[in-house]
Design a protein. Structure first.
Length: 384
């Protein structure tokens, strides 16, 4: 089966500016490319790259106004949903491809003159670490126990820092915010309000490590000593949507070539994480709603059982009181052949006593309202 929805040109324009096309299209039951083509056909502008990330970061964005069209426009635009709507992850992949096509080349700097602040902190931390270790070494009396001093930044360290700096700057130009970055090569960014974690680190190989390879980095403790550096960087998106997706340098594809694709995929991860978070929140709301409905159903069942038991108890009391009232009548009609002795109570006294007991037992003695009130008392006894 297929479902068809219709929109005016103005309505569709408003719709595509409410959320990314890659996330809107699956809800309409079509691919994001299909929705983009429909918008292009009817001259409906869509948000450009980085629009949603900048909007989420409270940065100034420009909404392209809906232009007037000279071509005869239909009254309605019909969108026919396919039987199997697009997968949001596939939509994010397509969005990444769109972002990549529009990205400018990313230039890797050659010096540390204008590093991104996070990477500049790494360089400063390295210098401080070296100075601290040098002071500790000088304060030791026996050099034999002196710890190994932190090496200077190697060529591979410097290259990783420069590439990471270029990556972070390019991401911020697209509207992302650099949140933090571990020295070992794990920057985190905020895109559309979601944290996207990445890894930019040396690709290690399982081969015999020569003695001259031991000093390839100033932080050997970050790496497995049984592995050797490959001379290439590995770029990974660690967040849920693209978890485990690697982009690895080769002789023919260096960081300059890989960064646009990597940046595009990282940017596309943000909106997808938003959608996944909303899906989880909706699932949680639905789960809590079902739990509440189940608890309410159980409460009403307990209440109904108590009401029914109270009703049956009143019926038994009414039946007993009716029988006992007949017995009192029989007593009153019985012949009086007994002469009261001193201290004995007469029959009327006993009958008054019995009738008082019957008034307490008979549920109808106080009227119908008394019966209903006793049933309503059951409601107040069911409290959590």
């Amino acid at each position: 089966m297929t479902a068809e929805k219709r929109y005016t040109r103005e309505e569709l324009y408003d719709l595509v500016w409410t959320k990314p096309v890659s996330l809107l299209a699956p809800k309409l039951g079509i691919s994001d490319r299909g929705l983009t083509k429909i918008c292009d056909r009817h001259e409906i502008p869509t948000p450009g790259r980085g629009y949603w990330a900048k909007l989420e970061a409270n940065k100034r964005v420009r909404k392209t106004p809906l232009p007037q069209t000279d071509s005869p426009a239909p009254r309605y635009i019909y969108i026919r949903a396919t039987e199997q709507p697009s997968d949001p992850a596939m939509g994010a992949k397509a969005q990444a491809e769109d972002i990549e096509r529009e990205l400018s080349p990313v230039e890797i700097p050659r010096t540390f003159h204008s590093l991104h602040p996070i990477v500049a902190e790494w360089v400063a931390a390295h210098k401080q670490d070296q100075a601290r270790q040098l002071r500790e070494s000088r304060n030791r009396r026996n050099d034999w126990f002196a710890p190994r001093l932190r090496e200077d930044l190697t060529e591979r360290d410097r290259y990783r820092f420069l590439v990471t700096s270029a990556f972070l700057k390019a991401m911020e130009k697209l509207g992302a915010s650099a949140k933090s970055g571990e020295l070992r090569g794990k920057p985190a960014l905020v895109i559309c309000g979601e944290t996207v974690e990445c890894t930019i680190i040396e690709k290690m190989l399982q081969k015999h490590v020569q003695s001259h390879d031991q000093g390839w980095t100033a932080w050997p403790e970050f790496f497995n000593s049984n592995l050797a550096p490959s001379g290439f960087l590995r770029f990974t998106i660690n967040s849920w949507s693209f978890s485990g997706r690697d982009f690895i340098e080769t002789e023919s594809r260096r960081a300059e070539d890989l960064l646009p694709k990597f940046i595009a995929h990282v940017m596309a991860t943000g909106p997808l994480l938003v959608e996944q978070r909303k899906a989880r929140e909706e699932w949680q709301r639905q789960f809590e709603k079902e739990q509440a409905e189940r608890a309410e159903k159980e409460r009403l069942a307990r209440l109904d059982a108590r009401r029914w038991e109270a009703f049956r108890e009143m019926a038994r009391n009414w039946e007993d009181s009716t029988r006992l009232r007949g017995f009192i009548g029989a007593l009153q009609q019985a012949p009086k052949q007994h002469t009261l002795s001193a201290g004995e109570q007469d029959l009327e006294t006993w009958i008054r006593w019995a009738e008082e007991k019957l008034m307490q037992m008979d549920p109808l003695a106080q009227g119908l309202e008394s019966v209903l009130s006793k049933l309503e008392v059951c409601d107040s006894s069911d409290r959590y």
